[in-house]
Design a protein around this ligand. Structure first.
Ligand code: Y12
Ligand code: CO
Length: 176
């Protein structure tokens, strides 16, 4: 499966992703194909829409303290629903669909999430720390929301200016 990460300002990132109803081989193939893309690009989280698949799926692989990402720590969440949210935390987030930009974003500290695994089994998870932040970030993607939407308006304006400049430089380099 030839999947590619789509980048802001691609309008597809604004789509609301659709519920998964069939837990079939096609779903397994997509989830299997998303994993190497996330790992090869140093990602810790990836939602379906980031590879142009508007389905309610996300994967997460939080690194160990030494930075190693173990496949046994992989979470695959299908149709995730965040049920409880409490506390507040701030973390410098980045996104594979918004390259080269990192910013502190406020999130809930602890969340509960109900989801299904790739076979349709229902799961419940209470998450805090980086896992909680990453779930909230990826869950936003399913709603067409990007972390840059959560910036203050002045910070957002600064981002748009810097990002436009970066895209222009990238284009110039490509043409050279
Ligand atoms: C905290 C941190 C991240 C999340 C959501 C998931 N975001 C990511 O996994 C972002 C990964 C990322 C990787 C990059 O490295 C490469 O592309 C090689 C990167 O670097 C560049 O774009 C140049 C940016 C982001 C939630 C909470
Ligand atoms: Co993202």
């Amino acid at each position: 499966m030839n999947l590619k990460i789509i980048e802001y300002p691609d309008k597809r990132l604004r789509q609301k992703s659709l519920e998964i109803k069939k837990f079939n081989q096609e779903l397994h193939d997509v989830l299997d194909a998303m994993y190497p893309i996330m790992i090869d690009t140093n990602g810790i989280g990836l939602a379906g829409i980031q590879v142009a698949i508007p389905k309610r799926i996300l994967i997460l692989n939080i690194p160990e303290e030494d930075g190693e990402q173990l496949k046994e720590n992989l979470f695959e969440m299908v149709n995730p629903v965040i049920t409880n949210k409490k506390g507040q935390s701030s973390y410098q987030e980045g996104c594979l669909s918004v390259p080269s930009f990192y910013e502190d974003i406020n999130r809930f500290e602890t969340i509960c999430v109900n989801y299904q695994d790739r076979y349709g089994n229902t799961k419940n998870l209470e998450a805090d720390g980086l896992l909680s932040i990453a779930i909230q970030h990826e869950h936003d993607h399913l709603e067409g929301i990007l972390f840059i939407d959560r910036l203050t308006s002045s910070r957002r304006r600064k981002f748009e200016k810097e990002y436009k400049k970066m895209l222009k430089e990238k284009k110039t380099l490509k043409e050279a």
